[in-house]
Ligand binder design. Structure first.
Ligand code: MP5
Length: 226
């Protein structure tokens, strides 16, 4: 079994739960509430924007042979922000600069990983995030009953071009793993799992309109501790 298949097998039940998330099934059957989808758009815009420095840090640590492809990913992420902006204008989505807890934590995780850990670990995280998006939107595309008002997003990731990119990431990850020590491969497993958990939480964040308010915080007088 190749290394990327080994990673996917190790988290298989979680990966399947993620693909069956009610956010995705509701997009596929057309029942997703506009406000819910718009929460995802606004947060994912911030996520993609904040992922560019992650790719920059990763590129700085990359073997020379991988620099051109990773540099291409930076360009692709910036192009994708243009798609978001065009769709946000078409559907009257207001971009707030307020990060949800999950979006904020996930971005900090990306940056800390790329900055602090070896290249192989950051690359594993990149593969996990991209594979998660390909599988999620491909599942929506293959199960959707009608064309969606959000079709531009579905087609963005459920595309042959994106599949090719994710396959390239998988093959490159396998090559990196072949040269990695057993402790490094164990750490790659661990970071793959954490990234999968963040991906799960990202759908959950959008579906439940996660906010920073906790029941405890809400119960406190607003000037408490001031
Ligand atoms: C991606 C994304 C894929 N847009 N959002 C999350 C939460 N995970 C993965 O990244 P990209 O840049 O859209 O291909």
């Amino acid at each position: 079994m190749s290394f990327h298949q080994e990673l996917l097998t190790a988290v298989a039940p979680l990966w399947q739960r993620k693909l069956a998330h009610p956010f995705l099934t509701a997009v596929a059957d057309g029942s997703i509430a506009d406000a819910t989808f718009k929460t995802w758009i606004a947060q994912d815009y911030l996520f993609v924007e904040g992922s560019v420095p992650f790719l920059g840090l990763l590129t700085a640590k990359a073997p020379v042979a991988l620099r051109p492809a990773l540099g291409g990913s930076i360009t692709a992420f910036n192009t994708e922000l243009g798609l978001f902006e065009q769709q946000m204008a078409a559907h009257e989505v207001t971009l707030t600069r307020e990060y949800s807890p999950t979006c904020h934590a996930y971005l900090q995780f990306l940056l800390a990983t790329a900055y602090d850990r070896p290249f192989e670990i950051g690359f594993t995280v990149l593969y996990a995030a991209e594979k998660a998006y390909f599988d999620a939107w491909e599942r929506v595309r293959t199960t959707q009953t009608d064309a969606s008002k959000w079709q531009a997003f579905i087609n963005n990731w459920a595309s042959d071009a994106f599949r090719g990119y994710v396959d390239w990431l998988a093959g490159t990850l396998d090559e990196l793993a072949a040269d990695a020590t057993p402790p490094m491969r164990a750490e790659m497993h661990s970071y793959f799992r954490y990234t999968t958990l963040y991906e799960y939480r990202f759908w959950e964040m959008a579906y439940t309109t996660e906010t920073w308010d906790s029941p405890l915080l809400l119960a406190m007088p607003t000037n408490a501790g001031a």
